[in-house]
Design a protein around this ligand. Sequence first.
Ligand code: MG
Length: 388
Amino acid sequence: MKRVAILGSTGSVGRNTLAVVDAFRDELTVVALAAGYIDLLAQQVAQYRPEVVSVRELRDVERLRQLTHAEVDIVHGDAGACAVASLGSADVVIAAIVGAAGIPPVHAALKAGKRVGIANKEVLVAAGDVMTKTARENGGEILPVDSEHNAVHQALRCGGREEVLRIILTASGGPFLKRDLSTFGDITIEAALAHPTWRMGNKISIDSATMMNKGLEVIEAHHLFAMAPDRIDILIHPQSIVHSMVEYVDGSIMAQLSTTDMKFPIQYALLYPDRITGPFARLDLAKIRTLEFLPVDSHRFPAVELAYQACRSGGSMPAVLNAANEVAVERFLAGELSFTSIVEIVSRVLGRHSREVSAISSVDDALHWDTWARNEARGIDVALTRKP
Ligand code: MG
């Protein structure tokens, strides 16, 4: 029986993780949860009876206690999330807290030598060097839950590292793959949230629409697989069936395919290295019939090149890219910005940072540049960036 801790249990990945636990009751059990949405968390506590639960704010502690009446240890804040992440009895931690808030608990889990299934790519983008080093030094292990990296992880089992030529990340292209470029300034929040193949949280849906998501995934792959950015390519694949590929030196390309359901990569991370029959909807390729692939149009998706540049410069640049993007997306979702201003703001913040790029050698370094970039991105005048 593997004991599971979930950081972000009320979000999309967290709920899918619990669905996987439900499907493998003989193999998996929940020991700790951390989340922000108290009503749903109270239901989860009643159902899964974890040892420890962490909430965001002190005031939520009492509220959760009243809602659950359960004998459960309730902690809160960053320290609470870190306690859940490093709980002695947990065998595997699923990290699905959105944004920079996920950095301290993932670090705590790796420091405690845990196996961590990382769904929060921002952790690796902003603090990848620290996370991989901490894992190495403490016997921790990172398993990617992001579907593309999970596919790469699987495809890498087909050969030795010296035999790998390149990683090919697939991208759906999002909702604006074919939209007339001259109308990008008129894109509404609703249109940007309407992802054609995946059902996801708001932030990642907007990132998919700008394709910043794929740019962040290039940086994520660079850290996870110790691969130079010029050996990580992106291919648009609108059906989202091939989740990514690895090309070997002999010309063979290994791909991983499944339905567009996060439960597959979550199951892989929870049960690794085992493969067990599960109940989730299987792929019927005869029904799908056509798989398309096309190159990325960098004029349409300028976020991709920005992310490659940040990855090549390394150090604090990816943390700044990530934080500036997070704020720009928040501002777009709040109705403050046009769609095209998201990437414009990120680009300006990167420009301001380009002469002071420094190494990220601790969680504090990552959080310092994260905060700096957030303030910069908040301060950029909307009037300058809004489409007339
Ligand atoms: Mg992904």
